[in-house]
Design a protein around this ligand. Structure first.
Ligand code: ADP
Length: 635
């Protein structure tokens, strides 16, 4: 290719003279007369050298040189001095020109100077190109190393298949270090040996049976010291009997400061040494491998736990369902699926309200969740009855468990029937006992002691009769034989009760504070039962409150409900007894054994309240007192 020389001279005569001389020796030329002309030619035509005359303008000439060389540092500039001026030459040399010529200027010398400058520029160019090629190759190598590492990193997070991750780690280790073989040895803690978990370029049979003791081996040394090893010996290095290598790298596999094995690459045939860079790459890969192994271990442990949990869950007799915070079914066992008669697949991952229509079950979800656990009975169409619990689990959702209590319900029914029948049958003989006891005094003289015995018989029979009456009442209300309803005024029934009962309070010198609202709306109910309810609650308050204390009775309206409360300053009910006091025969642990009563009063009250669609509950503190609340809907 013909080289192009830019001539930037002032005198047109010398200009064309030089131009012709250059053309004669095979160069192309181009001429510029001023600074902007020079810059334009350089920008557009890319000349190979510049012949610059000083006449152009001394200051400008130096500026052009400086600017051009800042942009193109290897661009050859040959400077032609117009007159001998050491100062100007010094400045030009400082600025970085390739050559300068002083008068007398001879064409041959000028051409020679240009040729030498061009040759030097070419050499510099060649050197720079070589350097760039070298640097680019090494950069490309680094980039490809990084890409390999990145791919493995990504692979690591996207797959839990240990075999595939380890395979790619080993093939990368071998590829990046130009090694012949790669191996990943893991420590068998039981035998204190290293076995080959993964390998690259090893014979399959060999890899499978490979086992290396910790003591007296290079790999064992790395495990014991926790430090990497790089070996490039002139002689063959024996790392295991009958296994010789020329060069090798072993890097410990560490997780949480614990050494679990070794990652290694080696050259057996070629004496190709490994570099520190190779060591660094193997160390990075070893970190990846250690993370992959730990991830797989964690995953396996979690899987085992999950399988165990699932086995327990599906084999347990209780029905279990776990909901997320949106009430979507996350987990359900077969007992639950059988109870609801809906397949596990249909339930799983769906909203409860979309897949379950069973009304009791939906009611359980609607119950006020002020406490963490709610209880509800669920009667299924196939007549089975389940006791269900709904428990809120913060940040998870809720768990519902259900137990089949059909057999308990049946037992309860049989027991109630039995009690009812027996009570009924006991009434006549008891009446007879009472009658004959009374007759005793009439048929003959009785002494003082005999009279006392008769009194005791009387009192005991009366107690038993009261108990039997309570039981029969309860049976009647529970069986729904007591459905008579009429419009009643609670205030007048309450006043009637108070009139009858106030004597009991007076006997104990207690004060009865009464607050009954006027204009209370009527309630639909059974007046006999409502009176029984008031009698029991106020009677208890008086009975369980010491002498000279107070009992408060309040009846008021709230919206379309009527609230009755009776508060006392009595002994209170221990917290642990409170959930049970409405059960039949239950008496709290803090009452004295001599306190009269059957433990049936509150069970009767609760049955009455519920048969009137009302609610009853108690708030109580031991030694401070109790308040019973009854809420009934007004008609
Ligand atoms: P009882 O015949 O024993 O009074 P109830 O069914 O009426 O049976 O009451 C059950 C239990 O509840 C009582 O034995 C007592 O322990 C407790 N109880 C009921 N009312 C009160 C109260 N006002 N103060 C303290 N304890 C009470």
């Amino acid at each position: 290719m013909t080289e192009l020389i830019l001539l930037a001279l002032d005198k047109s005569s010398t200009l064309s003279l030089f131009s012709r001389a250059f053309q004669a020796v095979g160069y192309k030329t181009i001429i510029a007369h001023n600074r902007s002309g020079v810059e334009k030619v350089i920008r557009e035509s890319h000349p190979d050298a510049l012949l610059l005359g000083t006449k152009l303008d001394e200051e400008q000439g130096i500026k052009i040189i400086e600017k051009l060389l800042t942009q193109y540092p290897t661009f050859p500039i040959i400077f032609l001095a117009d007159k001998k001026s050491p100062e100007l030459i010094r400045k030009a040399l400082h600025a970085g020109i390739s050559a300068y010529l002083e008068p007398p200027l001879k064409t041959d010398e000028i051409i020679e100077a240009v040729q030498i400058s061009l040759m030097r520029a070419r050499r510099i160019g060649d050197w720079v190109r070589k350097e760039i090629t070298g640097t680019t190759a090494s950069l490309e190598k680094r980039v490809s190393e990084l890409e390999v590492l990145l791919t493995i990193g990504r692979n690591l997070t996207s797959t839990l298949e240990l075999d595939s991750v380890l395979k790619s780690v080993l093939s990368a280790a071998v590829k990046l270090t130009n090694a012949e073989e790669g191996s990943l040895l893991l420590l068998d803690e039981e035998t204190n040996e290293l076995y080959m978990r993964a390998s690259h370029n090893f014979e399959e049979g060999f890899a499978e049976t490979f086992r290396l003791p910790i003591s007296d081996t290079l790999a064992g040394q790395v495990v014991a010291s926790g430090k990497p090893l790089i070996l490039s010996k002139s002689s063959l290095e024996k790392i295991k009997t009958a296994y010789l290598v020329q060069a090798l790298i072993y890097v410990p596999l560490k997780f949480d400061e614990k050494i679990i094995g070794v990652l290694g690459v080696d050259n057996r045939l070629h004496r190709l040494p490994f570099t520190d860079r190779d060591l660094l790459l193997i160390s990075l890969l070893a970190d990846y491998a250690a993370i992959a192994i730990e991830n797989a271990r964690l995953y396996q442990t979690t899987e085992i736990e999950r399988t165990k949990f699932e086995a327990v869950l599906s084999n347990m007799g209780d029905a279990v369902m776990i909901l997320d915070q949106e009430q979507r079914i996350q987990l359900v066992n077969t007992t639950m699926s059988n109870a609801l008669d809906i397949s596990v697949e249909k339930l799983h991952n769906n909203l409860v309200s979309e897949v379950i229509t069973q009304s009791d079950f939906l009611m359980l979800l609607k119950l006020e969740k002020k406490d963490s656990t709610q209880y509800h009975e669920i009667s299924l169409n196939d007549s089975r009855i389940f006791s269900a619990q709904y428990t809120n689990i913060p940040n998870v959702g809720a768990v519902i468990t259900m137990q089949d209590i059909s057999h308990l319900k049946e037992l309860n029914r049989l027991k109630d029937n039995f009690v009812h029948t027996v009570s009924h049958d006991l009434r006549s003989p008891l009446t007879a006992v009472l009658g004959y006891a009374e007759l005793l005094e009439r048929v003959g003289q009785v002494n003082k002691q005999q009279r006392e015995f008769i009194r005791r018989i009387n009192s005991s029979v009366q107690d038993i009769t009261a108990l039997i009456n309570d039981l029969l009442d309860l049976g009647k209300i529970e069986a729904g034989f007591d459905a008579r309803r009429e419009s009643i005024q609670l205030d007048s029934i309450l006043r009637y009760t108070l009139d009858n009962i106030k004597v009991l309070a007076e006997n104990k010198k207690q004060t009865l504070e009464i607050d009954i609202a006027t204009d209370l709306p009527p309630v639909r109910g059974n007046p006999v039962r409502i009176r029984q309810m008031f009698d029991n609650l106020i009677g208890n308050a008086i009975k369980y409150t010491p002498r000279e204390k107070k009992v408060f009775v309040k009846l008021q309206r709230e919206d379309n409900q009527i609230i009755f409360r009776v508060a006392d300053q009595g002994q209170g009910i221990p917290q642990e007894d409170q959930p049970h006091i409405f059960q039949k025969f239950y008496r709290a642990s803090n009452i004295s054994t001599s306190a009269s009563g059957t433990g049936l009063g509150l069970a009767i009250v609760k049955t009455i309240v519920e048969s009137h669609n009302g609610r009853i509950w108690v708030e109580s503190k031991v030694d401070e007192g109790s308040t019973f609340f009854v809420v009934l809907p007004s008609s």
